[in-house]
Design a protein around this ligand. Structure first.
Ligand SMILES: [Zn+2]
Length: 477
């Protein structure tokens, strides 16, 4: 064995029987305790085919319990460079699907974790999974939120959590339906790791030394996204024959848009969570809803970012006749929308509100232009903390602000109760993230009126330019 061997510890999450049992996510008879082992074993076998790498597993028996600290200690004892924790996901309302990887938030740990995370998700992408990103999460004391990452980092090991897919959502069913599916994931994990680390395998006839990930270590800690996305219905129409077309604008400059759901009855019922594909990068999607029947009420869309933070769009009224979009209460709609869009920004105010609303003629030419600029004030941290104390404590990989969709696991179990964990998390000064949220301009362009006076257009462009400059400044700052 040469000295430059990379040591990788594969850690199947959860496990144990009796008092110390931890099944992990469990749904319809599929249990993490078992399937994590299946995936980890396949990963172990595949990764062992590469040279200059030594692979271990923390455990290979689903009934064996281990604390997160013990797993990290085991990794340290074998001289691990990486500890890769194998998991599957589930959410409270069983609506979320897709894959994500949690990585350390600091320095070389971040860089190494990010390289592996991206490479693994690229494999999942090829398999057809929906990707929810490579992410960090910082908790109490400005330390890693997830126990296995935190314990690993203490021992100078880069820890990662791979959440392969959701075992409680049919969209991911093909990826968790049987033993072959679990093993396929394990091989994909190994391939991703081999690519990120530039490994070679004579046995497999593979040389990834040219594709090795090279990620620069960030200067400061990389925090999670704590602000919800922006979402606007730009236009909406119906042909009167059961088809509704919605032009949706959604953006999240930090973690990206993950899913959206629409409602045609004023938000009483929403569609399932739909994937957001913005391949051309214009932050817009044309949504066509087929076979719509009954009386249409207000159309509303919810958008989720990759941290499952959710925003609700403006409400648009449809009268159901010949593609006519009727919105006679533009100002009112926008104001109520903004309140909804930043539901947890307790002191959000509309500091600037410029609205240009033309007369709204009924009929096929009904249109208006409305533009609103808001500034967000800093979150009231103490109020947020008291709010969080009433949150459910059943779920462990809990997102701070979610609407009924919370992911549960036990990666943070080791340090105090979850209620504490969440409370402390909410109390954390959000630093750059909140700074970024200050003065975020929200642009709502509902409709262009073709007969707008040139001077009004000029005014509009000037405002837009100012906003874009602000956005650029934020990005650069
Ligand atoms: Zn898990």
């Amino acid at each position: 064995m040469s000295q430059d061997n990379i040591v990788i510890v594969i850690d199947p999450g959860h496990g144990g029987l009796g008092g110390g049992s931890d099944d992990g996510a469990s749904y319809n008879g599929v249990m993490e305790r078992y399937i994590n082992i299946a995936t980890a074993k396949a990963m172990y076998e595949e990764l062992s085919k590469y040279e200059n790498v030594k692979v271990y597993m923390t455990r290979d028996n689903p009934d064996q319990a281990m604390t997160l600290k013990q797993r990290a200690q085991f990794a340290s004892e074998v001289g691990a460079d990486y500890l890769i924790s194998i998991h599957y996901n589930a959410s409270e309302e069983h609506m979320i699907y897709g894959s994500e990887v949690w990585i350390p938030s600091i320095g070389k740990y971040y860089a190494e974790g990010y390289g592996i995370g991206q490479a693994v998700l690229a494999e999942f992408d090829e398999m057809g999974l929906y990707l929810k990103g490579v992410k960090t999460r910082v908790g109490d004391g400005d330390d890693e939120y997830y126990g296995i990452i935190r314990e690993s980092e203490k021992l100078n090991i880069t820890g990662l959590i791979i959440e392969h897919c959701y075992i409680d959502n049919t969209r991911d069913y093909a990826y968790y339906c049987n033993q072959e599916a679990y093993e396929r994931f394990g091989r994909a994990d190994a391939t991703g790791v081999a690519k990120a680390l530039g490994l070679k395998s004579t046995q497999l006839g593979i040389d990834y030394s040219m594709v090795q990930a090279k990620i620069k270590a960030p200067v400061s800690r990389v925090y999670q996204d704590e602000t919800p996305p922006e979402v606007v219905i730009k236009s909406c129409s119906t042909d009167g024959n059961g088809i509704v077309n919605i032009c949706l604008y959604a953006i999240d400059g930090e973690s990206g848009i993950s899913h959206y759901a629409y409602s045609l009855d004023d938000g009483v019922h929403f569609s399932e969570l739909l994937p957001w594909y913005d391949r051309d990068g214009d932050h817009e999607e044309q949504i066509t809803v087929m076979n719509v029947s009954g009386n249409l009420a207000g159309v509303v869309v919810k958008a989720y970012n990759n941290y499952n933070l959710v925003s609700t769009s403006n409400r648009v009224l449809l009268n159901g006749i010949n593609g006519v979009f009727v919105d006679t209460h533009v100002q009112e709609t926008i104001e109520s929308t903004l309140t909804e869009t930043v539901p947890y920004t307790l002191e959000s105010t509309m500091a600037v509100s410029e609205t240009i609303a033309s007369t709204s003629a009924m009929g096929t030419t009904s249109s208006s232009v409305a533009e609103t600029v808001t500034e967000r004030k800093e979150k009231n941290i103490s109020q947020e903390a008291s709010q969080s104390s009433s949150e459910t404590t059943l779920q462990e990989e809990m997102m701070p602000i979610m609407e009924g969709e919370e992911t549960f696991h036990s990666e943070v179990k080791e340090t105090g109760s979850l209620a504490d964990e969440n409370l402390r998390y909410h109390n954390r000064k959000t630093g750059a993230v909140v700074a970024g949220a200050l003065f975020v301009p929200v642009v709502l362009v509902i409709f262009f009126k073709s007969v707008l006076a040139a001077s009004v257009k000029k005014w509009y462009h000037k405002i837009k330019e100012t906003i874009m400059n602000n956005v650029e400044r934020m990005k650069n700052g």
